[in-house]
Ligand binder design. Structure first.
Ligand code: NAD
Ligand code: DAU
Length: 332
C-alpha cells in the first residue's frame, strides 16, 4: 500500500484517475484541489472514505504542498488550468497554476525526495498539417501555440530541468484529447452532447476540419499507472490511442448516435490560433511498457459517454448555463 498525492483530482482526468487507482490498486489517495470552476467534488462521490482524503488548496501554496508531499510516496500532478478558449481571454491563472504550481511541487518533491509523475499534453508540440504522415513522438520539438499550451510546455521544461540539475525522480507523459465521464461541459464532446440534450444546436468552430486524436480517460489512467509502476525515471512517454478524427466527423457521429439529423449543427467563429491537427505515436509506451488501450473503438467509447451525460444531468446542469453564456459573448 502506497500513499499517492493526486493534484487536480477533482477535475476531469484527475477524478477518473482517482477512481481508476482505487479500483485497481490498494493505494491510499490524497487529492489536493483548489476546486476552481473546473473542479467538482461530486466527481469523487461514492469512493471509500478509508482510501481517500480530500484537501482543498492551491498547488502553488508552498507551505501546504510541502506538508502534503512530506507524507506521500508518490505525487501525480494533474492540477492545471486546462481550457484553450479560457486561456485566450484570461491567461493569468494559466501562468499561476501551470507554471508556478508546477515549480512549487518540484521544490517539495526535491526537498522530500518523492517520486513525481507530471501529466502533460500533446499540445506542447504545436500542430501538424492535415496531410502530414508524421505524428508527434518523444523527440518532436516544442512549438506551443496558445497561452494554455505554452504554460504546459513551460511546466514540462521545469520538470526536465529539475530532473537533470537536482536529480529529482520524475516522469512526464504527454497525452492527446481525452473524452469520457466527468468532463466539463466547456469541452468539445460534452458541450455538443449536452447541447443536444437541451435542444441547442451543436457548435462547430470554423469549417470543422481540425483533427484531434481521441483517447478515453480510462485509457489515459491505465497508461499513467503503468508509467508510475514501470516507467524509467527521467523519461517522457507519449500517450495516444490512434483515435484521429476531424471535428465535423465527431459532431456528425454524436448527432447520429443521438437520433438527430447530421446537418443539425451551426458553424461558429473559429478559435484564434486554432491548432490544425494533433496525432500521437505511442510506440515507446506500447513497446517499452506493454501498454494497450481498452477503448480501441472510438464509437463504443463515445456511445458510453453519451449515455453517461444522459444519466447525469444533475452533475453537469449547474455549469451549463454559465458556459453557454460565456461562449455566446465570444460568438461561439
Ligand atoms: P480540468 O480543468 O477538468 O481539471 C483541472 C483540475 O485542477 C480542477 O479540479 C481544478 O479545480 C484543479 N485546479 C486548477 N487550478 C488549481 C490550483 N491552482 N491548485 C489546485 N488545483 C487546481 O482539467 P483536465 O482536462 O482534467 O486536465 C488535467 C490535466 O491533464 C492537465 O494538466 C491537462 O493539461 C492534462 N491533459 C488534459 C487533456 C485533456 O484532453 N483534457 C489531455 C492531455 C493532458
Ligand atoms: O490535446 C490535448 C488537449 O485537448 C488538452 O491538453 C486540453 O486540456 C484539452 O482541453 C484539449 O484541448 P482542445 O483545445 O483540443 O479541446 P477542446 O475540447 O476545447 O476542443 C476540441 C476541438 O473542438 C478543437 O479543435 C476546438 C473544437 N471545438 C471546441 C468547442 C468547445 C468546436 O469545434 N466547438 C466547440 O464548441
Amino acid at each position: 500500500m502506497a500513499r499517492y498525492l493526486v493534484t487536480g483530482g477533482a477535475g476531469f482526468i484527475g477524478s477518473n484517475f482517482v477512481h481508476y487507482l482505487i479500483d485497481h490498486t490498494d493505494h491510499h489517495v490524497t487529492v489536493l484541489d483548489k476546486l476552481t470552476y473546473a473542479g467538482n467534488l461530486a466527481s469523487l462521490s461514492g469512493l471509500p472514505e478509508t482510501r481517500l482524503t480530500f484537501v482543498r488548496g492551491d498547488v502553488a501554496d508552498a507551505e501546504l504542498v510541502d506538508d502534503l508531499v512530506a507524507t506521500a510516496d508518490a505525487v501525480v500532478h494533474y492540477a492545471a488550468e486546462s481550457h484553450n478558449d479560457n486561456s485566450l481571454n484570461f491567461p493569468e491563472p494559466f501562468v499561476h497554476t501551470n507554471v508556478i504550481g508546477t515549480f512549487t511541487l518540484l521544490e517539495a518533491v526535491r526537498k522530500h525526495d518523492v517520486r513525481l509523475h507530471h501529466v502533460s499534453t500533446d499540445e506542447v508540440y504545436g500542430d501538424l498539417e492535415l496531410d502530414d504522415p508524421a505524428r508527434f513522438t518523444e523527440s518532436s520539438p516544442y512549438h506551443p501555440s496558445s497561452p494554455y499550451s505554452s504554460t504546459k510546455a513551460g511546466s514540462d521544461m521545469l520538470v526536465r530541468a529539475w530532473v537533470r540539475s537536482y536529480g529529482v525522480t520524475a516522469t512526464i507523459s504527454n497525452c492527446s484529447n481525452n473524452y469520457g465521464p466527468f468532463q466539463h461541459v466547456e469541452k468539445f464532446i460534452p458541450r455538443q452532447i449536452t447541447n443536444i440534450l437541451w435542444g441547442i444546436r451543436p457548435k462547430l468552430y470554423g469549417d470543422g476540419r481540425n483533427v484531434r486524436d481521441w483517447i478515453h480517460a480510462d485509457d489515459h489512467s491505465s497508461a499513467v499507472l503503468q508509467i508510475l509502476e514501470a516507467g524509467r525515471a527521467g523519461e517522457t512517454y507519449l500517450i495516444g490511442a490512434d483515435g484521429e478524427k476531424d471535428n465535423k466527423t465527431v459532431v456528425e457521429l454524436i448527432l447520429t448516435m443521438m437520433g438527430q439529423d447530421t446537418e443539425a449543427y451551426d458553424n461558429v467563429a473559429d478559435r484564434s490560433g486554432h491548432d490544425l491537427r494533433y496525432a500521437i505515436d505511442s510506440t515507446k509506451l506500447r513497446t517499452e511498457l506493454g501498454w494497450r488501450p481498452r477503448y480501441a473503438d472510438f464509437e463504443e467509447g463515445l456511445s458510453a459517454t453519451i449515455d453517461w451525460y444522459r444519466d447525469h444531468e444533475d452533475w453537469w446542469a449547474p455549469a451549463k448555463r454559465a458556459t453557454e453564456a460565456f461562449y455566446a459573448q465570444l460568438g461561439q
